[in-house]
Write a protein that binds this ligand. Structure first.
Ligand code: GLN
Ligand code: ZN
Length: 768
């Protein structure tokens, strides 16, 4: 029996990588300093795993931005628009890499970033590879070899982790017509072979190839490509020990394909799909070992040892212990680093949890228990574990009968606005009197270092509540004034009081708790600290009325109330696993509904309920979609339906491909939806056009994820394109997401240009 880890969090337990990257980008540190931080994190992670006694420790799970972008750089899939970046003096490989991730706007160049999208059903985002017809690949980076050598120096013969060639292609996007990305497999394969050759020469024994697509619906062509690619790799490397890692769902109908691939070990996710073990054991060939993904890499609850041991025993019975591997379900990238750092958690709740470092230990303990090599330590661990699991089932912290009863009593009426959109639209126009192409933003304005320092000081007690409040009011007021000055139509208060759009609400809801350092990477240097939903959810008091009301009192214009929707709160939290997610979501929806009604009572006439995460919650397999969409859309409607017709409900979504769920988005029945679509050049809008989306839409006219300032003409052009497919009377003008991560300087320029673009579009419209 062997233990292994699919990947370890790379941000550093104190977000060292985030800080270093951001300092590097702003020129505060030089390359060498950034690289040193990277090396320190790798060594730290390796040591944790080594000391815990993990048998196969990964390398190349580290990344300065994203593991898919790493792969693109390694195989030389660098779109030609970036070639100039390398020619600029002093620019290194890493500068090129960051240019691809973030865009490049200096040295006389102005290059947009590559597209970014969600990593399967997680809240991690990867940079989408761009593919062209007959594209050639070429080994172009030594990162993976350097990392392997680094592990060697630390005394570890690491298991390099790379994205398998088929999944790599499937993660990408064809940028021209006339070919399919899988056609590139033959061109790509030689580079993979070169990578493996070099790793083998360096002394690698094990290689992990991540092929998560094996757990998704596959086309015939993809299946054939899998067979072709792995047969070739096997032929070239008879001795290298290969692990294919699948995760996030079960192999299901790809089962026989997966077990037929000529590798040493197949890793399966038994957290997401425990049923598959039995089926796979029935058909597994004699030369294949099985890696059991038992410890949840996506959630923070302690493993239930008794339950896991039943799986391990079953596998050993059939395979013998040599052919059994024990692992987390997926990379631990999606878990926070270290529970030991949480000193302020309620000890009862803390005792139910395990973060990456603890999960590593769980994996090792499971092996010891299963192998019967348990010493006293693992036996005590076992008893403690049993007790913790039992206590969680019965704890009075978790259950609130009133909440359960209210959720059960929800009726159809609770999920419906009073009248149809057509009627509402008239009512709303009467009240709101908005111009054609109304301009707005998505909610947040730059959270400057100053604003963040106020919050930190307030939390530390260095600022009193009164002082903190006054500072935030000043910032809010200034932002209101500024929006008025540049002529935005629907204002926002700026969200300066919020740390994070989910955390802010979770902090005010019952049933949630928070960690101090439970950071998880979202994209690049962006980290989130998901709340922990451990019990029944309710809202003891209003959450946003104070700030919305204050902002509205400062202006004659409309201020949009700003809430996070139930699905997004659910999706971006660590959710209790002792009841269906749909049930937890409904409880949150009722809490948000109360807030919406209270905002209306306080005189707020436009209320945005953000649901950026609704699509990422989609199950990976099509057959599971309808069930999810039904309860997710219903939850949104519960939250939005408590108000009068004249109150305008907005929703906002980002990084979504809407085509396949457009019907469900329409079923949410928001009066206005603002969407991200500038990075994919209005492509998404076509989905709305084809469906003849009935309500109003604000297609993002510029990408806020890049520091690049868009020109007015660029946005006018996008608005023209939008009008080709959506009637002008339905269009809003806004950036594609919140401005929280941007600086004021670029935000000011961009929004001034945006307002000018909207003006120009209305003039053009009037003329024709
Ligand atoms: N209202 C939020 C903000 O502006 C929305 C963020 C998001 O969509 N992720 O920050
Ligand atoms: Zn957004």
């Amino acid at each position: 029996m062997q233990t292994h880890i699919l990947g370890y969090p790379r941000i550093g337990s104190k977000r060292e990588l985030k800080k270093a990257c951001e300092q590097y980008w702003s020129g505060k540190i030089v390359l060498e300093e950034l690289l040193a931080v990277g090396r320190t994190i790798c060594n730290h992670n390796w040591n944790i795993q080594k000391e815990a006694g993990i048998d196969l420790i990964p390398c190349n799970d580290f990344s300065y931005y994203d593991q898919v972008l790493d792969m693109s750089l390694i195989v030389g899939a660098v779109p030609s628009r970036y070639h100039e970046v390398v020619l600029k003096k002093n620019n290194t490989e890493l500068d090129l890499y960051f240019a691809m991730a973030r865009g490049y706007q200096k040295d006389g160049l102005d290059i947009t970033a590559m597209e970014m999208t969600k990593w399967f059903d997680t809240n991690y985002h990867y940079i989408v590879p761009e593919f062209y017809k007959n594209q050639q690949f070429k080994l172009s980076s030594d990162k993976i070899f350097n990392e392997f050598a680094g592990a060697r120096q630390a005394g570890i013969n690491a298991k390099p982790v790379i994205i398998g060639p088929v999944s790599y292609l499937l993660l990408g996007k064809e940028k021209e017509e006339g070919f399919e990305k899988l056609d590139l497999a033959e061109n790509l394969l030689p580079v993979y072979i070169e990578i493996l050759t070099r790793l083998q020469e360096q002394g690698a024994e094990w290689i992990q190839l991540d092929e998560p697509f094996l757990a998704l619906d596959l086309t015939e062509k993809a299946k054939q490509t899998y067979q072709m690619v792995y047969a070739e790799i096997r032929k070239k490397f008879p001795k290298l020990k290969l692990i294919i890692a699948t995760y996030f769902d079960g192999l299901k109908d790809n089962r026989s394909l997966a077990v037929s691939l000529p590798v040493e070990v197949l890793h399966i996710d038994l957290v997401r799909n425990p049923e598959q073990l039995e089926e796979i054991l029935k058909i597994i060939p004699e030369n294949l070992s099985l890696s059991l993904g038992l410890v949840d890499g996506r959630n923070i609850w302690k493993n239930d040892y008794e339950k896991s041991l039943r799986f391990i025993t079953k596998a050993i019975e059939k395979l013998g212990s040599e052919r059994v591997f024990i692992a987390p379900s997926c990379s631990l990238l999606h878990s926070p680093c270290d529970l030991d750092a949480e000193t302020a958690l309620n000890p009862e709740i803390k005792n139910w949890l395990a973060f990456a470092k603890q999960k590593v230990k769980e994996v090792v303990t499971l092996k010891a228990l299963a192998a019967g090599t348990d010493n006293e330590n693992s036996l005590t661990d076992f008893e403690d574990n049993k007790k913790a699991v039992e206590e969680r089932k019965t704890s009075s912290l978790i259950h609130n009968d009133q909440v359960k009863q209210r959720a059960q009593a929800v009726t159809k009426e609770d999920t419906q606005r009073k009248n149809t959109f057509k009627i509402r639209k008239e009512e709303q126009q009467k009240t709101l009197q908005l111009p054609l192409f109304p301009t707005t933003t998505i909610g947040s304005f730059p959270q400057t270092a100053e604003v963040r320092s106020w919050r930190a000081q307030f939390k530390k007690g260095e600022l009193t509540a009164v002082q903190y409040d006054a500072l935030l009011k000043e910032e809010t007021q200034r932002t209101i004034r500024w929006q008025e000055d540049i002529g935005i139509d629907v204002l926002v208060h700026g969200e300066f009081e919020r740390n994070d759009m989910v955390e802010y609400f979770g902090e005010q809801l019952e049933g949630f708790t928070f960690t101090k350092n439970g950071w998880v990477q979202s994209y690049g240097s962006r980290c989130v600290k998901p709340p922990v939903i451990f019990g029944d959810v309710s809202r003891p008091a209003t959450m946003t009325v104070y700030w919305s009301q204050y902002a509205q009192s400062q202006t004659e214009k409309w201020v949009k109330g700003m809430l996070t929707g139930p699905v997004t709160i659910l999706q971006w939290s660590f959710v209790r696993d002792d009841q269906p997610r749909s049930e937890t979501c409904k409880q949150i929806a009722l809490a948000i509904r109360d807030e919406v009604v209270d905002l209306e009572k306080a005189g707020i006439r436009i209320i945005q309920i953000d649901e950026p995460a609704i699509r990422e919650g989609l199950p990976l397999r099509r057959t599971d979609w309808q069930n999810y969409l039904k309860w997710a859309v219903e939850a949104f409607r519960i939250s939005a339906s408590g108000v009068e017709d004249a109150t305008q409900i907005h929703t906002h979504m980002c990084y979504s491909e809407f085509n396949d769920i457009i019907e469900n988005i329409a079923a949410m029945d928001a009066d206005v939806i603002t969407i991200e679509c500038s990075r994919s050049q209005m492509e998404l809008l076509n989905a709305f056009a084809d469906f003849q989306y009935p309500n109003e839409i604000g297609p993002g006219v510029y990408d806020i994820h890049s520091p690049r300032v868009p020109s007015k003409d660029e946005m006018v052009e996008l608005l023209r394109k939008a009008q080709h497919v959506i009637p002008a009377s339905q269009l809003w003008v806004n950036p594609d997401c919140g401005l929280k991560t941007r600086h004021w300087e670029e935000t000011e320029k961009a929004l001034i240009a945006m307002v000018a673009a909207a003006k120009e579009a209305s003039v053009e419209y009037a003329v024709c």
